[in-house]
Design a protein around this ligand. Structure first.
Ligand SMILES: Cc1cc2nc3c(=O)[nH]c(=O)nc-3n(C[C@H](O)[C@H](O)[C@H](O)COP(=O)(O)O)c2cc1C
Length: 160
């Protein structure tokens, strides 16, 4: 089972969030590879992963940060229907489009992939956000397991 978290963070809030998500996956015995988007080496092979969590802050007027655009377009261009995905982000509700980049990714991932969950956090994750992070990871895990079952069923059908 291959799971990746691909994220970007300038001031550290989103990095804290993906660290929390990673810890929860670990507690559930899922080994996750964490990549900063600028060092992600598999942009052309997204479907080498069973599941991908994207982590992003929001920039400008509800915009996807520049460094995330290549990843965004990679999801749009590739056949990633069977990749289970989740999108998490931090933002500041002072801005009119709170976590607008999460919304942009959510709409695209819903069409392109097997989108399981979305999570928006106000600036830095607080203790109170932990249960929301837990629920996010549980939704991902349930969906990953369901997808695995589907694959097994298809294989049994094809090779019977
Ligand atoms: C110039 C600028 C524009 C921003 N625009 C938005 C926005 O439209 N919506 C939002 O929710 N947050 C916005 N933010 C807030 C950041 O997304 C937020 O501080 C985030 O937690 C930063 O993440 P990071 O610490 O991982 O870099 C903006 C911040 C800056 C500096």
């Amino acid at each position: 089972m291959k799971v990746a978290i691909i994220y970007t963070s300038v001031t550290g809030n989103t990095r804290d969030l993906v660290d929390t998500i990673n810890q929860i996956f670990l507690r559930h015995s899922f080994n996750v590879e964490v990549f900063s988007v600028t060092q992600f080496p598999y942009l052309n092979q997204l479907n080498r992963f069973d599941a991908i969590v994207v982590g992003t802050y929001t920039w400008g007027d509800g915009d996807v940060p520049m460094e995330m655009k290549e990843l965004f377009h990679a999801f749009e261009k590739q056949d990633v229907k069977s990749v289970t995905t989740g999108i998490v982000g931090t933002g500041d509700s002072f801005y009119p489009k709170f976590c607008g980049a999460v919304d942009e990714f959510r709409d695209m991932l819903y069409v392109q992939t097997n989108l399981a969950a979305t999570l928006k956090i106000e600036l830095v994750p607080q203790l109170l956000d932990l249960s929301r992070c837990e629920r996010f990871v549980m939704s991902m895990i349930l969906r990953i397991e369901r997808m695995q079952e589907e694959r097994k069923k298809q294989d049994r059908f094809l090779y019977s």
